[in-house]
Structures are given as structure tokens and as C-alpha cells.
Design a protein around this ligand. Structure first.
Ligand code: NAD
Ligand code: ZN
Length: 350
């Protein structure tokens, strides 16, 4: 598969990490760190070593897994670890993990000593098709998602199916939600292909197609001044539900499960504010419901969800801004929606 180009770097597919050797030879880094969580250190690091036996000299920086650890306290610990290792500006950080690791690792790298190089090796479907591409890095503050972060591009991204072999089904489905989103916002044919496919057996071609859609959007609008906002479809409500569940539920939702809920609610808003037809709405909602477990959003949480939506950094002039579907395969951004309609859409999901 041909690599995709994003600015100065490439997104490599099924390369066996071979081009990473070339980067290391060219850049002559003073030190190489592999940043992983305890799961990916155990499960993915052996695969990484098998791909790249030549790379013997690297240090592993390990953190606890999960969204609840994507926060500033963990970053401080890791910045200090880098200092202890006497890491200078010429060192490299390889992020080996899911979206939590690529988001947080990218943030740590882009701020340590005003920025060191980093490379993303995403090991979840979600981070392969979404989080590792596009240069957004960040961490959560309290339960507000991605409140602090940078736009910083990696030196390369490596997408390898081998890493997905150990991924639990629930995590596969989480990433599949972002693939459905890519179809809904940009490519009706692709959406239909996904519907006809089996998510437990996702093809490398589908992953490539999703990354291509995301890459084209972020290249056209790297800093999210306009078009890139379409990637937020499902995320205005989805992030609020994800943040709420993280704090209030014993078993929080995966990112994809929250986005699945967000996409149903926001499809409902799309039928009211844009041209999504009732048939399309019903079709999208029933497809998503057939894949993801039903989650009851307690009506008494609606106000809390509003507060979370209001702290979303994509808002402008006090309005909560949505990206909505004009039809399946076409998304429009900067839609201002009333609080009453947001509540109605949550009721529609329930
Ligand atoms: P995650 O990183 O928490 O990974 C999910 C779980 O899978 C973790 O427990 C992890 O240890 C485990 N895991 C990872 N790889 C594995 C493997 N190969 N085999 C077995 N287990 C494995 O979460 P995620 O779903 O990958 O990413 C979610 C995060 O991504 C969220 O914080 C979200 O905000 C962020 N995100 C960022 C962007 C962006 O543009 N920067 C886009 C989408 C999502
Ligand atoms: Zn997402």
C-alpha cells in the first residue's frame, strides 16, 4: 500500500516499520524513548521488537492505561522521567499505543524542552484511523476532554495490522465508530461498504480509506479554521457523554461508544437543522444501535451534559457549535443549535 503524505511526513501502511530504520539512520537521535501504557508495553512491544530487531538501544517509558490517566499529573511524571534520563532536544519519542498514548505522548513530546520529535505507532483501530493522524495532541482537565494540547505533527505514522490481532472486540468497535463517521461525513459509498462488512474482520483497505479521508480533511485545514470541523460530527454530544460517564460511571464508555451515541443525537439534529431525511435518520440510528450497547442517559444528567458542551473549545460567542449531516456522505459545520433541541436529541436517543 502506498504511503499517504501529510506535509513533511508519511503515513506508512503495512511497512513492517522498515522506513523507521531510515528515519533513525538519517536523524541520528541522541536517545530513543518508547512511550507505552502497561498493556501495550506487554502486548505490543514484543511485536515492535520483532519488526525492528536492529533497534537495540531504547528506553521504555510506561504509564497506566486508560482515559483517566490522560492528564497533567501523568505528564509531569513523564517530563521528569525524561529529565532523569537526561533527554535533550535531539531525542525521539515513539508513541506505541492507543489514542491515549498518541495524544498524551504527542503532547509531552511537543512541549518537552519546547519540542522533540515523535513518531506514532498506533495499536488500536481508533488510533490508527483517527487519533494518530492530523497533529492534534492533548490531555483532559478534570472531565473536560482534550482541554490542553497542541497542534504538532509527528515525523511519521506507522499503521500495522499486526497490532490489532490482540485488540479486544470492544476496542475494535470503538474504532469502527470513527470509520462510520468518516463514511457519514464524506463518502456515502464507503458508509455503505462498512454497513455491508463485518466489523470483527476489518480490511486493511477500509483502514486505508478511513485514514485517507481524515488525512485529506486535515491537510485542507490543519488548524481547524473551517472544513476540519466536519470531523467533529458526533463529538459535541459524544465528548460530553464520554466525559460525564468517565466521572459518574463505574464502567465508563469507550470513546467510540460515546461517539456512537453522539452520532445518533446529532443525526437527529441534522434532520431538524439540515437536509438529512427522516429515512436517512432512521437508517443511521438503527445501524448504530445494532452495533453498540444501549446506554441510558439519565434525564437528570442533561444539564451537566450542557455544562460540558459549553466548555467545548469549539464553541464561539457562547453558542454550542455542531457539525451536522446534510445527507449521508455530506457534512456542514458551524450549525448553532438551541438547548431545547439538544435535549430533544438526547431524548430521541433514549
Ligand atoms: P486507549 O489508548 O485507552 O486504548 C484502549 C485500550 O486498549 C487501552 O486499555 C490500551 O492499553 C489497550 N490497547 C491498546 N492497543 C492494544 C492492542 N494492540 N492489544 C490489546 N490492547 C491494546 O484508547 P483509544 O480508544 O485507542 O483512544 C481514545 C483516545 O483517543 C481518546 O482520548 C480520544 O480523545 C483520543 N482521540 C484523539 C484524536 C485526535 O485527533 N488526536 C482523535 C480521536 C480520538
Ligand atoms: Zn473521535
Amino acid at each position: 500500500m502506498e504511503p499517504l503524505k501529510n506535509n513533511d511526513h508519511f503515513i506508512h501502511f503495512e511497512s513492517g516499520l522498515a522506513p523507521l530504520n531510515d528515519i533513525l539512520a538519517e536523524k541520528k537521535y541522541s536517545k530513543v524513548f518508547v512511550f507505552a501504557d502497561s498493556n501495550t508495553a506487554e502486548i505490543c512491544l514484543p511485536v515492535f521488537r520483532e519488526f525492528l530487531p536492529e533497534l537495540e538501544n531504547f528506553d521504555i517509558i510506561e504509564t497506566d492505561p486508560g482515559e483517566e490517566n490522560k492528564n497533567i499529573d501523568f505528564c509531569i511524571g513523564i517530563w521528569k522521567t525524561l529529565l532523569d534520563f537526561e533527554a535533550d532536544r535531539k531525542c525521539l519519542m515513539i508513541n506505541l499505543g492507543g489514542g491515549v498514548i498518541t495524544d498524551m505522548g504527542g503532547f509531552i513530546a511537543s512541549t518537552y524542552k519546547r519540542g522533540i520529535d515523535f513518531i506514532n505507532i498506533p495499536t488500536t483501530l481508533l488510533s490508527q484511523v483517527d487519533a494518530s493522524v492530523g497533529g492534534k495532541t492533548g490531555i483532559d482537565i478534570d472531565n473536560v476532554k482534550n482541554m490542553v494540547g497542541t497542534f504538532s505533527l509527528p515525523q511519521a505514522v506507522f499503521i500495522e495490522n499486526a497490532f490489532l490481532q490482540t485488540l479486544p472486540q470492544r476496542e475494535l468497535l470503538s474504532g469502527f465508530a470513527e470509520m462510520i463517521k468518516h463514511g457519514l461525513i464524506a463518502d456515502a459509498t464507503y458508509y455503505q461498504q462498512l454497513k455491508d462488512s463485518d466489523y470483527t474482520n476489518i480490511s486493511a483497505a477500509a483502514i486505508y480509506h478511513s485514514v485517507k479521508i481524515k488525512n485529506e480533511v486535515v491537510l485542507a485545514d490543519p488548524l481547524e479554521k473551517g472544513l476540519r470541523k466536519i470531523l467533529n460530527f458526533g463529538h459535541t454530544i459524544g465528548h460530553a457523554v464520554e466525559g460525564y460517564a468517565l466521572v459518574n460511571d463505574k464502567k465508563p464508555l469507550t470513546h467510540g461508544e460515546a461517539i456512537a451515541i453522539g452520532m445518533i443525537c446529532e443525526a437527529h439534529l441534522s434532520a431538524k437543522y439540515c437536509n438529512l431525511s427522516q429515512d436517512e435518520l432512521t437508517e443511521v440510528a438503527s445501524y448504530i444501535l445494532s452495533l453498540y450497547p444501549k446506554y441510558h442517559i439519565k434525564p437528570k444528567s442533561f444539564e451537566d451534559l450542557m455544562v460540558l458542551m459549553q466548555s467545548d473549545k469549539k464553541n464561539e460567542d457562547g453558542f454550542i457549535m455542531f457539525s451536522l449531516l446534510d445527507q449521508i456522505g455530506k457534512c456542514v459545520f458551524n450549525c448553532k443549535v438551541t438547548k431545547e433541541d439538544i435535549f430533544n436529541s438526547l431524548m430521541y436517543y433514549n
